[in-house]
Design a protein around this ligand. Structure first.
Ligand SMILES: NC(=O)c1ccc[n+]([C@@H]2O[C@H](COP(=O)([O-])OP(=O)(O)OC[C@H]3O[C@@H](n4cnc5c(N)ncnc54)[C@H](O)[C@@H]3O)[C@@H](O)[C@H]2O)c1
Length: 258
């Protein structure tokens, strides 16, 4: 994925959940564009293998491992302290980490519902609170959240995930209202169906694969690289008058009915 239109040299970026999938593609894209990138995921091993892959594909990449669990408040606080120590400040925060759980409401229990909402909504609040506080104090920064087209639509078996993503899109609006005056913009990216580990199970079903291809105006599934350009754009100085928005990157799927 070409990043020729962007130069992020001198900027620092955290991408949560970037050991694989969409987060990895975004982290690699910012590294290619010259940024100092903090690669985060839950496990130190997966972070270090992601870093090796970026170093193999991007010459002179500035990448640092920052393993922590985004649902753990004390770990989040420690991570922001480490970023400050290493980079001085965080210019761009891409809050991407998320999980999915497929179970219909008839068997789903409250604990599981709460856990999935914690992982897909409350964790973003935690990241926003700590990244946003420093950016507001400094008077600038970019907060970008990876939401989902399922913020707009329901899907059987995904009650907590869909609820959390819808909540995230409105959290983005609230944060834009609270942080805007300080020059911090807050936006979301809502992916459609993207080929990652998260969708590996449903992609085993050819009927689902064909249905998505058939209903998507650009007639294909998305790839992690498809999210890189939108992230680079929303993080750039040229998008300073865009805030509170969620950009759906879905090949047009949410724009059509049939
Ligand atoms: N793949 C899709 O079709 C799709 C569609 C819409 C939205 N999304 C969203 O995009 C984001 C990335 O999804 P993906 O498809 O790349 O998924 P993925 O499962 O391939 O990657 C997610 C990464 O986040 C990490 N992660 C999860 N919980 C974490 C935690 N608590 N702390 C730190 N890291 C954690 C995982 O270990 C994994 O490496 C998610 O927020 C997801 O909801 C994906």
């Amino acid at each position: 994925m070409s990043t020729d239109n962007y130069n992020y040299t001198g900027k620092s970026v955290l991408v949560t959940g970037s050991a694989r999938g969409i987060g990895f593609a975004i982290a690699e894209g910012f590294a290619r564009a010259g940024a100092t990138v903090f690669v985060n995921d839950r496990l130190a091993d997966s972070v270090s293998s992601a870093i090796d892959r970026i170093l193999a594909s991007v010459e002179n990449a500035n990448v640092y491992p920052l393993p922590f669990d985004v649902t753990e408040e004390s770990a989040v606080v420690a991570a922001f302290k480490e970023i400050e120590d290493k980079a001085g400040q965080l210019d761009i925060c891409i809050s991407n980490a998320g999980t999915q759980h497929r179970e219909t409401v008839d068997t789903l229990d409250r604990e599981t519902f709460s856990r999935i909402v914690d992982e897909n909504l409350v964790s973003h609040f935690g990241i926003a609170k700590h990244a946003g506080a420093e950016m507001v104090k400094r008077g600038g920064g970019r907060l970008i959240f990876i939401a989902s087209m399922l913020a707009l639509h329901g899907r059987s078996g995904l009650a907590p995930y869909c609820s959390a993503k819808a909540g995230l899109v409105n959290l983005i609006r609230v944060l834009s209202a609270e942080f805007g005056e300080s020059g911090v913009t807050v936006n979301g990216i809502g992916p459609g169906f993207i080929e990652t580990e998260l969708t590996a199970d449903i992609r085993k079903d050819q009927e689902v694969v064909d249905k998505v291809n058939g209903r998507t105006p650009v007639a294909r599934w998305g790839r992690p690289e498809d999210l890189v350009g939108p992230a680079l754009f929303l993080a750039s100085d040229t998008s300073s008058f865009i805030t509170g928005q969620t950009l759906y990157v879905d090949g047009g799927l949410t724009s059509v009915y049939i």
